[in-house]
Ligand binder design. Structure first.
Ligand code: SF4
Ligand code: SF4
Length: 70
């Protein structure tokens, strides 16, 4: 799944990552931190490559997930 580290997002702009998600799993209300619908997410991890606010847990690079203790 993908979690959002809201504390890393300045929440002052439209999220450019929304448009690169192939399954439209990312939404944003105003300039708030975006949210990921993990029922839709297919763990392609384009979002995590674009912005560190998008944090993978148990998907993407599993080796990195494990090193980070996720
Ligand atoms: S998640 Fe990243 S790219 Fe999206 S609005 Fe926040 S800082 Fe910007
Ligand atoms: S991992 Fe891929 S499918 Fe999931 S939210 Fe990110 S861009 Fe969308």
């Amino acid at each position: 799944m993908i979690t959002i580290r809201e504390e890393l997002c300045p929440q002052n702009h439209r999220c450019p990552v929304i448009s690169i998600c192939p399954v439209n799993a990312i939404t944003q209300e105003g300039f708030a931190a975006p949210q990921v619908d993990n029922d839709k997410c297919i763990c392609c991890c384009k979002c995590t490559a674009r912005c560190s606010v998008f944090t993978p847990i148990g998907c993407c690079d599993k080796g990195r997930d494990q090193r980070m203790g996720w």
